[in-house]
Design a protein around this ligand. Structure first.
Ligand code: AMP
Length: 190
């Protein structure tokens, strides 16, 4: 089993790259942001709880997010591995993921981090906002808030995985294919 955490600030290209990597390595892609948006669209209780945080660019509380992620993993009993996209985003989530995977006799093999400058992120997200229909991409203030939340609450996970020798930084600027190649070079060596 190969389990990869795809990491990086909003707009780094995690979702785009996950789509290619899941095909190439036969992994199940779980994007917590996508699961939240699906629930919001369908008006579930989970969606209602999450929406208030998401629309403001804040993180959804750990209790809600961790339970949801674990349920998604458990839906995929036959999986050969997972790409976690947008999870973990806090140390509590990283600890929960480790314990959860331990119980299943598996682990996170690597955190692959897409590195992109902040101003490039803002421009990419504003561009995406023109077509994504995402409330949180439509407004520059919310975009900047999300990037700030990333540095304040999520970026510490770099040292979390570095300490475990599992952190791999990858240049996230270039063509989609170039970046897939860079990520694949790391995965192939795992
Ligand atoms: P994303 O699609 O990954 O950019 O996520 C969109 C939004 O969903 C984030 O700004 C958060 O509000 C929420 N979200 C997604 N994943 C998480 C997570 N692991 N922990 C907390 N909130 C999350």
């Amino acid at each position: 089993m190969t389990n990869i955490v795809l990491f990086g600030p909003p707009g780094a290209g995690k979702g785009t790259q996950a789509e290619f990597l899941k095909e190439k390595y036969n992994l199940v892609h779980i994007s917590t942001g996508d699961v939240f948006r699906y629930n919001i669209k369908n008006g579930t209780d989970l969606g209602k709880q999450a929406k208030v945080f998401i629309d403001e660019g804040k993180l959804v509380p750990d209790e809600i997010t961790i339970g949801m992620l674990e349920a998604e993993v458990d839906k995929n009993k036959e999986a050969e591995g997972f790409i976690f996209d947008g999870f973990p985003r806090t140390e509590a989530q990283a600890d929960a993921l480790e314990n959860f995977l331990n119980k299943k006799q598996t682990k996170v093999d690597a955190m692959l981090a897409l590195e992109v400058d902040d101003e490039v992120l803002v421009q990419r997200l504003l561009e995406r906002g023109k077509t994504s229909g995402r409330v949180d991409d439509a407004n520059e203030e919310v975009i900047r808030k999300r990037i700030k939340v990333y540095y304040n609450e999520t970026a510490i996970l770099k040292s979390y995985y570095q300490k475990k020798d599992k952190y791999y930084g990858v240049d996230g600027v270039g063509s989609i294919q170039e970046i897939t190649t860079r990520l694949s070079e790391v995965i192939d060596k795992l």
